[in-house]
Design a protein around this ligand. Sequence first.
Ligand SMILES: Cc1cc2nc3c(=O)[nH]c(=O)nc-3n(C[C@H](O)[C@H](O)[C@H](O)COP(=O)(O)O)c2cc1C
Length: 178
Amino acid sequence: MEVFEAIRKRRSVRSYMASGIDRAQLERIIEAATWAPSAGNLQPWIFIVVDDKYLMRQLAKAALNQMWIVEASCIIAVCADVERSGRVYGERGRRLYCIQDCAAAIQNMMLAAQSIGLGTCWVGAFYDDEVKSILKLPPNIRPLALVTVGVPREEPPAPARRSLKEVVYRNAFGNPWL
Ligand SMILES: Cc1cc2nc3c(=O)[nH]c(=O)nc-3n(C[C@H](O)[C@H](O)[C@H](O)COP(=O)(O)O)c2cc1C
């Protein structure tokens, strides 16, 4: 699938078929994540593949009871190794770079999944402490997103986007570009 087509067709999928996905597909999309850019090429990401239904249910509860999450084939918890970035870049590494790096990895992962016919949803609403405890994360590893992956049961309509006119400026904020 062409990149622009994958970008355009990707939707947040919140309903999945019972059929599973195989390891090769999973490897493919996680490998895509690891090809994201990262500050200083530090690659501060950690991916935890959760396919145990009990743990998935625990995570769904920690995600403000978004129980649809359990329907997915698995959840990939994307976490930042905060100190990996902090050691090199100090506060900017801890507060900004490691989060941007992981966000880029997540987007790669979602587009790769889309390109092989799988659905995903980026779940960011959760209690950090609960997710950390369920996944047994050490203190310096911060959970950033629970990405659900599975065979889509729905093709959600595309939510509207703000127009370029509204979000793009020329040379300085406030100057119209279009
Ligand atoms: C940082 C972030 C957090 C999100 N958290 C949730 C979430 O907790 N639950 C959920 O159902 N969708 C979540 N989403 C998905 C958004 O609702 C979705 O991307 C948005 O409505 C646009 O729809 P689309 O992805 O189909 O284009 C999140 C997306 C992002 C980027």
